[in-house]
Design a protein around this ligand. Structure first.
Ligand SMILES: [Fe+2]
Length: 183
């Protein structure tokens, strides 16, 4: 029997949070993204927009940390699918090995992180190809296939006492797939 590959949502059972007060920031994201091609040029624009915003706005009020998982707080979700999420991290919090919608931008605001990047190895498995050690501030993004949720497989782990990151996705990130790691 072939097991159905689990989604990020299947492996994330923490409460869903959202915060108001970030409408201007999120409207700026949507204005930049709607009705245009998702490509590296857009990735660079978003990276500049988000890192500039983070340089002037602290994420300290996102203090809903948990021992068991990173926290997710939605700043906005658009009709077209775009979403912005702040993640709050404690040392040792880690994601599943998971993939993404067409666009995934992850902007480390404060803290230190390990980002492991994987390649697909078939049948819901993935193989590690690269490990990055990151000191915030730093922004990364990936552009993949339209309409797919199996783009850019990675795992993020928090290495500092606390940390925050701000993520921009072109579609519901909880629909990303999860993977079993193989050597
Ligand atoms: Fe991710």
């Amino acid at each position: 029997m072939i097991m159905k590959q689990q989604r990020v949502a299947d492996k994330f059972s923490e409460p869903v949070n959202s915060k108001t007060g970030y409408e201007n920031f999120f409207d700026g994201v949507v204005a930049m993204c709607d009705n245009r091609v998702i490509d590296n040029e857009l990735g660079e624009l978003l990276k500049e927009y988000v890192s500039e915003w983070l340089a002037h706005n602290s994420l300290a009020e996102f203090d809903n940390f948990s021992d068991t998982a990173y926290s997710r707080t939605y700043l906005g979700r658009s009709k077209s699918g775009w979403e912005a999420i702040v993640m709050g991290w404690k040392r040792g919090n880690t994601t599943s090995v998971h993939s993404h919608p067409q666009f995934a931008g992850y902007n480390f605001a404060d803290g230190e992180f390990r980002v492991e990047i994987f390649e697909p190895a078939g049948e819901g498995r993935a193989r590690l190809v690269k490990t990055l050690e990151i000191k915030a501030p730093l922004s990364l993004y990936s552009v993949g296939e339209e309409g797919q949720f199996d783009n850019h497989i990675h795992r993020i782990t928090c290495l500092s006492e606390r940390g925050h990151s701000l993520h921009i996705y072109s579609d519901d990130a909880l629909q990303g797939l999860t993977y079993e790691v193989v050597e």
